[in-house]
Write a protein that binds this ligand. Sequence first.
Ligand SMILES: Nc1ncnc2c1ncn2[C@@H]1O[C@H](COP(=O)(O)OP(=O)(O)OP(=O)(O)O)[C@@H](O)[C@H]1O
Ligand SMILES: [Mg+2]
Length: 251
Amino acid sequence: MVEVSTPRIADLRVQNFRFLRDVLLPALTPFTVVVGPNGSGKSTLFDVFAFLSDSLSIGLCAAWDQRGRFRELRSRGAQGLIRFEVTYVNRERRKLRYVLAIEETGRGPVVAEEKLLFTRGSQGRPFTFLDFAHGEGAAMAGQAPDQGAERRPQTLAGPDLLAVSALGQLADHPRVAEFRSFVIGWYLSRVSAASTRRLRLGGFPRPVRRSGCHPAATTCPTSCSTCPSIIPSTGTRSCGGWRRACPGSPR
Ligand SMILES: Nc1ncnc2c1ncn2[C@@H]1O[C@H](COP(=O)(O)OP(=O)(O)OP(=O)(O)O)[C@@H](O)[C@H]1O
Ligand SMILES: [Mg+2]
């Protein structure tokens, strides 16, 4: 019998996304605290999660436009693509990696690289079962795409569309659907220093995003220049009152 656990983010690499020119968070634990001085990129890091979640729910174009496109999103002075790599551990404790690289043309954002891979320990070569660029690519269907599944070429309706978003709604791509659900189910709560003043009177704000059962990122209610921000992906402990604002957060 396969042992089932709560999915979680294992590591994250971000390139050319605002302040995060090339950042690797190699070992995210179920309860991760990010501490840094003002302007060191804590909120930007949270927005990586929000951007990915938005891109798979409202669409890449909308997520891109809302954040001011390449002009605002790409690290100042950088020439490369904006690129993310997220490794996630699924319910069966298998590691999947999602790679997404975005460029911009005069017509808007374009997906330059989108991949889903099964990683095979530290030695084995990762197995790519979804591989798209510019709206063209292929994916392997089924529960075990790394065990001889058929590679099916697909064409998306535009170069700005995400294959995970499209194929993740099809029943014959359960591994893609699993990842898509995981990302769009992230629970992100933002509490600013100003809003914490109101907390004392009105209690915790209601969740600002979808209620997922696996909170991915939140900010401590007392977060400001002195208090760390917190990224619990499935944690074993949680911090004071924000538990009420994060349905599904661990006790
Ligand atoms: N496109 C960009 N390229 C490079 N830097 C950027 C870009 N856009 C914003 N920044 C800078 O990123 C820095 C980090 O901002 P961010 O809000 O993530 O920091 P923070 O750690 O959350 O700070 P605070 O503790 O004040 O909330 C800011 O100094 C901002 O000027
Ligand atoms: Mg901030």
